[in-house]
Design a protein. Structure first.
Length: 276
């Protein structure tokens, strides 16, 4: 049985840059920002309004600079004040170079969600950067003992199973015990073989594994049920209805939240288990 996570009332994603992004990554081109709450006119005011409507937690995200970092510097004071209003706060910090910013953000938020790509093929095609940028940032976060949940791509059109297993080994080498697996959207139809890749990943990684939000809908139909039925993952974000029969716990939050915060986000009372 697995923990399942949905976004309905208690948790949402916000963009501190609105719909603007300067990175222009080929796989995204700002489209994911359109689904986030626009906080570009004021992070604190936006969060206060969300809290008044019952929101208890947020993912702070937004467009990246050309250097692949979330431009959070001007929002630091608001970020500190928002902390007092919320039960949980996570962030997509990107490949930030400023150690002072990384350190301060790590102190404020509960979780830093960090995309890790160590394959040269994927790092160039997805973000147009060298893999060392990912490793340098992850090393800094590890040194600060930040609560990081690395995100690793289970599948892209350019990677192999060995890439996946190598990145999981990197996660463990830095001492992180949780990882979120993603399946690229917009890269074509993922092959059924990634079910076996998931099985190999589960055997390879000794910590907790979650299936993250980024999965094509067509892939969710079979991958989610297979992952839950076979006990390959500990958590599934936005599960396909077929996987709900295998869910032991249901939360209205990001799947990255630590266990200690999940009681604030229980969703059984208002979520129908038979619907997506």
């Amino acid at each position: 049985m697995v923990r399942c996570f949905v976004h309905r009332k208690l948790f949402t994603s916000i963009s501190i840059t609105g719909g603007r992004c300067w990175a222009s990554c080929p796989f995204c081109r700002s489209r994911y920002l359109s689904s986030m709450v626009d906080a570009s006119k004021g992070l604190l005011d936006t969060v206060a309004e969300l809290v008044s409507r019952g929101v208890r937690g947020v993912l702070v995200s937004g467009g990246f600079t050309k250097d692949m970092a979330l431009p959070v510097e001007k929002s630091m004071e608001d970020l500190r004040k928002c902390r007092a209003l919320l039960k949980a706060m996570t962030i997509h910090l990107g490949l930030h170079r400023n150690p002072l910013v990384i350190e301060e953000v790590s102190r404020i938020v509960d979780v830093v969600d960090f995309e890790l790509v160590a394959s040269a093929r994927d790092s160039q095609r997805l973000r147009g950067v060298e893999p060392r940028r990912y490793l340098e940032t992850l090393e800094r976060l590890a040194e600060l003992r930040a609560n990081v949940v690395p995100h690793v791509f289970l599948w892209t059109p350019w990677r192999s199973l060995s890439d996946v297993l190598a990145e999981l080994s990197i996660v463990e080498s830095f001492g992180f015990r949780r990882v979120t697996l993603l399946v690229l959207i917009g890269g074509g139809e993922p092959p059924r073989a990634i079910g076996e890749w998931l099985s190999r990943a589960a055997s390879h990684f000794s910590g907790e594994i979650a299936l993250g939000c980024m999965r094509p809908w067509s892939c969710r139909r079979w991958l989610d049920e297979y992952a839950a039925r076979e006990g390959l993952v500990d958590a599934i974000a936005s599960p396909h209805p077929r996987a709900l029969d295998y869910c032991s716990e249901l939360y209205d939050s990001c799947c990255s939240l630590p266990q200690s915060l999940l009681p604030y986000f229980e969703a059984k009372a208002y979520f129908s288990w038979g619907q997506s």
